[in-house]
Design a protein around this ligand. Sequence first.
Ligand SMILES: Cc1cc2nc3c(=O)[nH]c(=O)nc-3n(C[C@H](O)[C@H](O)[C@H](O)COP(=O)(O)OP(=O)(O)OC[C@H]3O[C@@H](n4cnc5c(N)ncnc54)[C@H](O)[C@@H]3O)c2cc1C
Length: 383
Amino acid sequence: MFMEWTSIHPSDVLLHEQPATPVLDEQSFFIRFFVHKIQSCSSGSRWLAAFASLRDFLHWLCSGGGIVAYADSARAEEAPEPPPRKKKVVVLGTGWAGTSFLKNLDSSRYEVKVISPRNYFAFTPLLPSVTCGTVEARSVVEPIRRMFEKKGKDVAYYEAECFKIDPTKKAVHCRSAVGTNLDGNGDFMLDYDYLVVALGATVNTFNTPGVMEHCHFLKEVEDAQKIRKSVIDCFERASIPNISEEEKRKILHFVIIGGGPTGVEFAAELHDFLVEDLVKLYPAIAQFVKITIIQSGEHILNTFDQRIAVFAESKFQRDGIELSTGFRVIKVSDDSITVKCKSSGVETLVPYGMAIWSAGIGTRPVITDFMNQVGQVVKSESK
Ligand SMILES: Cc1cc2nc3c(=O)[nH]c(=O)nc-3n(C[C@H](O)[C@H](O)[C@H](O)COP(=O)(O)OP(=O)(O)OC[C@H]3O[C@@H](n4cnc5c(N)ncnc54)[C@H](O)[C@@H]3O)c2cc1C
């Protein structure tokens, strides 16, 4: 270690007294020591008295009236600056938005934590194909940890659900999504400098009675797997002996509520599955199979270019898929759907075997709560 002696005039000492760093190393200790003494002396005699030991006095004398202090300049130069604290980035969600953000984030510059109840990314456009087994579920997902590892991202992932965002304290409250074996210790809190909210949307039933209890949804991989099993179950139920024709018709009536892109894609996949596979496997009941799309608007795919809607409608008509446009579902029971004609107001019962609700998406409660906290107006999500 290189030690350097320096002769410093009292006025210099005062100048150097402002420490660049609050850490009290040897050098700044000595400087403060002398400054303290000088500041506490107003006369010559008190100058002398200010030197607590003979060694102090000799140091002062030998330096010809100046104050001798030593400085370890090499140490001062070498002393590593403590690394600045990395800003904390918390990302909620591992869907399209969350993973796109993470892929483009330089994770070496931030302390990144990701919260999502889903430890994989799901390629949603292929979910309708999973419902019919055209594509296997594992082919449409990518484990989130593998994604980070492949991209060399230094990211911590927690399989949990955020149930509250506290913008005042800059913290998110989370709950483990992994089973119930944590003895109540599954709740935790993370603070953040930057919060990325990528929670997507939830299904919206518009508070229609019976939808939650009796309908399938198609938002997650698990939903697609449940639908696949349910379709096969309908065929097996309808194959049981002593089932009336009317009952078979009901069981094999597949109803899709909502003629948007998800409903339409599912209807097309289901049609191909029934015609190309199941009808061959269950020839005795093939004649009872029916697919219906119930749509409250006048056309399916009404947010798309009209030519696309017209093309889809004529294709479905050729395939024997029934389109009930201008009808609104007002209630779902375990074996029938009550629809109301928007023009006439007449209500009709539609018997069904399996129903998919793809009529709308809504805001997640955690987001509604967050928006309220930050003073954003939550638009009502009525039909
Ligand atoms: C069947 C289907 C087909 C589709 N096809 C297309 C298509 O062809 N083209 C197209 O452009 N779009 C398509 N979409 C729409 C597209 O999937 C969505 O627009 C997109 O998923 C929205 O991305 P997101 O990241 O906002 O939300 P999502 O992808 O839904 O991701 C939300 C994430 O948040 C997580 N999360 C939820 N709640 C919490 C919580 N409380 N705490 C922490 N994490 C939480 C979820 O687990 C998920 O990881 C399709 C959708 C479906 C359902």
